[in-house]
Design a protein. Sequence first.
Length: 126
Amino acid sequence: MSKSVITSDKAPAAIGTYSQAIKAGNTVYLSGQIPLDPKTMELVEGFEAQTVQVFENLKSVIEAAGGSFKDVVKLNIFLTDLSHFATVNEVMGRYFQQPYPARAAIGVAALPKGAQVEMDGILVIG
């Protein structure tokens, strides 16, 4: 099976020993994205803005892989405060249409750089 690295300069550069995504066959594994502005590499302010930025960062990597949100089969959402879940659902509705991907929402103590939300996922193209 062929494996390739997916990168997008429209998403934040990796800040560790990982790739933005790896494509193996027709499956793409997306690394976690936090709400960094790819131009400044600084966190955006406010929970809703952070959620939008995470989806925009994921979108950039998904498009670099040749896919779209329609190709996402699994989405993991990590939140430092689960009371924000309704906002995540509302923002997610701007990016996804039915059938929605399988999803997990996980409350965590902390995220990199003090982010309030992080997401990763899997897509299948073709």
